[in-house]
Design a protein around this ligand. Structure first.
Ligand SMILES: C[S@@+](CC[C@H](N)C(=O)[O-])C[C@H]1O[C@@H](n2cnc3c(N)ncnc32)[C@H](O)[C@@H]1O
Length: 418
């Protein structure tokens, strides 16, 4: 046992330690330690510690010991509780086995030859740190202690994912300079440093519903990126607008407004960013047309239901054996509707990425199109020809984005309702 303990100490001293595993004997009493305790070396307040994690029932319990205490604790486990133990180092593994015929110490080739990181566990990085608790709580997503409400957990994860996606896109547009900042986890939003005056980013979230994702967007750009912003949530249901507007006012959410209106014709300024998440059927196309018309630099849409293309779909001979199955035809109609949206956006000068929004275990409506304006619009006729050819091939006479095919007729605010 002394040899085993010395090997542990030595591996701590020369930095070759990988892990420690302590297992209780099969005939252990209830008072014995947990069945399996894993130890790893971490740095805490500048000093090495052994971090121990015991699985108790379905829960993990973790505690940290300075190395002197850790050695005493380990000796107690081996002597008093007759536990087995495995020491992993980068040179060799040491196994301490208490058997009926007396304990044995054996060595093996190392299972791992790389030194693991010594960092203390950080909470999972998230943009929804305590600084976001006020609006998350006001919207009923978390309780007063900041824990996500069980009934809202999937919306909470959707918001987390959305913020991750928006943060990447905002960085690509030069609106966000930081990685996940430390104060996103802090409970205090640090005061805004003096900034050179810049014009506010103009953002519209069309069909914003209760405004969960509108608040998230505002939080990211106003509070975290510390940009002057004007985020406008547009929604046709007045009761949702009133409630979101009241919450924004109560929280003093500078630059966040909610307005009752229609996606098709609500007044919009020239936009930096347009968002439309889960707007039904062709409301997504109306939002795309508005984004293009307002020359939004960044457009994010997550399509919802797709009804326009399915009744028109005519299978070319090669596809007919596949598309005679109703479900396949339906999925294909969704797919080609969104595919055409991508092509239309490219024709309008955007570079488009199709991203998985939420995991497909939660909903099949999990596509998000992220489009960044990169080129002058409507200049490459091969793109328009590609759209026309695809529509012809599948018998699609009308797509809600067709007005983009005749851009000369697109006057701001005067495009036909899809
Ligand atoms: C499924 S909800 C999504 C809400 C929010 N975007 C989200 O993802 O959490 C769709 C919202 O869009 C609104 N909406 C649908 N069509 C609209 C239109 N033409 N004009 C304004 N709002 C519309 C609906 O009232 C509804 O609140």
């Amino acid at each position: 046992m002394q040899r085993f303990l010395r090997a542990v100490q030595q591996s701590w001293a020369d930095g070759t330690f990988v892990r420690l595993l302590v297992t209780r004997p099969a005939d252990a009493t209830e008072s014995a330690p947990a069945r399996r305790i894993v130890g790893r070396l971490i740095e805490l307040r500048g000093r090495p510690h052994l971090s121990l994690t015991a699985r108790e029932g379905t829960q993990d319990r973790t505690w940290n010991l300075a190395l002197g205490e850790a050695l005493e604790w380990l000796a107690g486990q081996l002597q008093v509780h007759r536990c087995g133990a495995l020491l992993g180092t980068v040179h060799r593994d040491w196994q301490w086995q208490p058997t009926r015929n007396g304990p044995r110490l054996v060595t093996h080739r190392p299972a791992q030859t790389e030194i693991p990181p010594r960092v203390h566990d950080q909470p999972k990085a998230s943009w929804l740190g305590p600084a976001a608790r006020d609006w998350l709580h006001a919207l009923g997503l978390v309780d007063a202690r900041g824990r996500p409400r069980p009934s809202m957990i999937s919306k909470y994860h959707q918001i987390e994912r959305y913020m991750e996606i928006v943060s990447h896109q905002a960085r690509a547009c030069g609106w966000l300079r930081t990685e996940l900042p430390s104060d996103a986890r802090s409970s205090v939003v640090s005061p805004r440093p003096a900034e050179p005056p810049t014009t506010p980013l103009q953002i519209a979230d069309l069909g914003c519903g209760k405004g969960y994702l509108t608040f998230a967007l505002w939080h990211l750009l106003h509070r975290v990126a510390r940009r002057p912003v004007r985020v406008l949530g547009i929604e046709r249901r007045s009761e949702l607008v009133q409630s979101a507007q009241r919450t924004a006012k109560d929280l003093g959410a500078e630059g966040l407004e909610f307005v009752c209106g229609e996606i098709f014709d609500c007044p919009l300024p020239n936009l930096d960013m347009l968002v439309a998440l889960h707007a039904c059927n062709t409301a997504t196309d109306a939002a795309l047309l508005r984004g293009i018309e307002c020359q939004a630099r960044l457009i994010l849409v997550a399509p919802c239901c797709h009804q326009q293309v399915r009744p028109q779909l005519r299978a070319p001979p090669l596809w007919a054996p596949l598309l005679r199955h109703g479900l396949l035809a339906e999925r294909f109609a969704e797919w080609i509707t969104d595919g055409l949206r991508v092509l239309f956006l490219e024709w309008a000068g955007y570079e488009v990425k199709a991203i998985e929004f939420v995991s497909s275990e939660h909903t099949p409506k999990n596509l998000l199109l992220a489009a960044v304006r990169r080129h002058p619009p409507f200049t490459d006729p091969t793109r328009r020809d590609g759209i026309l050819a695809l529509k012809r091939e599948f018998g699609i006479r009308h797509h809600a984005l067709d007005p983009l095919l005749v851009p000369e007729q697109l006057a701001p605010g005067a495009h036909p309702r899809p």
